[in-house]
Design a protein around this ligand. Structure first.
Ligand code: AVJ
Length: 318
């Protein structure tokens, strides 16, 4: 089925996985839709905007850590290595790492070919000495790496605390999958957000300007655009909750009134106060983070945090 995406004038096929995830997620109790579906064109733009709001500290703190830890990470990295980035997106954080490590190869892996080729071109231009080999793939599955890097030592790069989107079980599964993709003896530099005061965490996911709210609500707009939905957006409000038991921020879309709508011709009714759970962002204490890595068969060999211990960069070895 061909659909027009609002705004960009491009035709794109509706992802059948998006369709089934949304229909199942809206029917299930509690209702939940996976965070990966936030990132259509508009959602990716809104996420970039989130990284600029004052309350959202992770991006800025991690960028500072990449600068300060860069020389030590470089000293611990092999000459002629290949940096392999999982979910490279716009490769915004990559130049900081590449400047220090100076690898022979850069392998950005992303599920969205759109951004991948653009950002690969940008990196190739800025770093003429680095061979760039983009790979369009879902990094949740083992990714066969290009032949050109078969013999190069690998340094995986997984910044942004993206691992936090996953439950502990799924995170361990992903770490093991990354190990399988990179191979024995490889290394992984991963960014992991710390557990901290909910008075800091909650505003980071519910900023005063309402950018995170717009990001969350865009999921409903995407459903309306791509799946013939009739969801009244104004019947939902964004909510960020700290779940202390599981040490995670949860994002929800809470119905502000009883509402009924259709998606792909199916009827749904949501009562006032009911929520659609749209994202988890798990946080890890220092020992939690290292235990998570070891559970994924990665041995931590280096760790860098900011003075306020808000965020950690961990280097681990397979
Ligand atoms: C991209 C998953 C790391 O959990 O902090 C930011 C996504 N959601 N604000 C995060 C996000 C709302 C972000 N990650």
């Amino acid at each position: 089925m061909l659909k027009q995406e609002a705004g960009d004038g491009e035709h794109s096929l509706v992802d059948p996985q998006f369709r089934s995830d949304v229909l199942e997620g809206l029917a299930r109790r509690p209702r939940a839709i996976q965070a990966r579906w936030f990132y259509d064109r508009r959602g990716s733009e809104l996420f970039e905007d989130i990284t600029d709001v004052p309350e959202y500290y992770p991006t800025r703190v991690e960028a500072g850590l990449l600068e300060s830890a860069g020389p030590e990470v470089a000293a611990l990295s092999a000459d002629g290595c290949a940096v392999v980035e999982f979910g490279s997106g716009s490769s915004a954080k990559t130049p900081a790492l590449l400047r220090h490590v100076r690898p022979a190869h850069y392998v950005p892996i992303d599920i969205s070919g759109d951004f991948l080729r653009d950002s690969a071109r940008g990196i190739a231009k800025a770093f003429p000495d680095i061979a760039v080999h983009p790979v369009e793939a879902n990094f949740m599955d083992p990714v066969p790496l290009p032949d050109a890097v078969a013999d190069a030592p690998k340094l995986g790069f997984f910044p942004g605390s993206t691992i936090g989107n996953l439950t502990a079980y799924a995170a361990v599964d992903l770490l093991r999958t990354m190990r399988a993709s990179l191979g024995e003896g490889s290394r992984l530099l991963i960014g992991i957000d710390r557990i901290k005061d909910p008075a800091v965490l909650v505003p980071a996911y519910d900023d005063a300007q309402g950018v995170t709210a717009a990001f969350n609500l865009n999921l409903l707009e995407r459903i309306n655009r791509e799946l013939d939905g009739t969801i009244p957006i104004d019947a939902f409000r964004h909510e960020a909750r700290w779940n202390d038991e599981i040490a995670r921020i949860e994002m929800h879309l809470v119905a502000t009134r009883d509402t009924a709508f259709t998606v792909e011709g199916r009827d749904f009714a949501i009562a006032k106060g009911e929520s659609i759970h749209t994202e988890n962002s798990h946080k890890y204490g220092p020992r939690d983070a290292r235990a998570l890595l070891r559970a994924g068969d990665w041995m931590p060999i280096g760790e860098w945090t900011d003075a306020d211990n808000r965020f950690a960069l961990i280097l681990a070895e397979a």
